[in-house]
Design a binder for this molecule. Sequence first.
Ligand code: KG4
Ligand code: ZN
Length: 337
Amino acid sequence: MEDIYLLAIESSCDDTSAAVLKNNELLSNVIASQAVHAQYGGVVPELASRAHQQNIIPVVTAALQDAHIDKSQLSAVAFTRGPGLLGSLLVGVSFAKAFAYALDIPLIEVDHLQGHILSHFIKKDTPAPKFPFLCLCVSGGHTQILKVNDFFNMEVIGTTIDDAAGEAFDKIAKILGLPYPGGPYVDKLAKDGNPDTFRFSKANIPGYNYSFSGLKTSFLYFLRDRLAEDEHFIEHHLNDLCASAQKAIIDSLTKKLILAAKHLNIKEIAIAGGVSANHGLQEELLRLAKQYGWHVHIPTLKLSTDNAAMIGIAGYYKFLRHDFCGIDAIPYTNSQH
Ligand code: KG4
Ligand code: ZN
């Protein structure tokens, strides 16, 4: 079979990314992150779409150059159709449509979350997960456990009823006065802290569902009381606070994963999404793998947070099925699952 060269574009939130794949092999993956939001403590949608407008052409150009591919060699263009911020998605969607139309090649729409999950199928030295597997998809916008039966047959069996795990990390970081997005800062500071120093109340939600808003409130009230006694409490205990809050999030995440793995008798376990970059979560999964005989699949850092390579691999499997979309495809902002 002839080789398939795909250009993939991701612009759902605040990272503008383009990747080039040759079949399931990644040739380039360029990501431009938007520093402009840090000063506001969160993503400002209007600023995000403007930054995507500025970044999209340089990022696509760099992805083609890094891959040593000319646009005339491309077989198709894949893009994130949703979920995400409308103004951000529109930039990537419009660019992908125009590019595919001008080159007269097929257009492939990809769901952002399916992309995160399928990132495990990019060619690498270690084996990809075997179907069916459980995937804990944890990002700034989503927290889900999915039973992945096949590339495009995924069942959501558990989800958060309020905040996403990444949001919980970011809110804890904000309370501690750390920059946005706070997840990586909490992760780093937690490494030198004792996770058993402080205990915060955890939600008890039925089934495989999650809730993180209670943890944030418990953390906030705990700090309010301690700061009343010692105004330097945060500085004195920053590492232990990060380690203890991180442990509370990880324990919640893994508790439901263990439950689902037991009930469904599945030992192939994957994690995906920005929070899967967390070292504490990764270590705990490796420990659980030994305890329960799981095979765990952890993405590399660049493939865990938002990137176009994951959109490219999902696009590749859609290409094999001739699952193309029309020029009339419009973005969707909410999860389709
Ligand atoms: O998947 P992603 O890049 O974007 C979304 O689709 O949301 O995830 C971003 C989220 C943010 O909440 C960020 O704080 C969190 O992932 N994150 C982390 C780490 N790296 C990124 N959370 C904890 N530890 C990390 N190392
Ligand atoms: Zn994401």
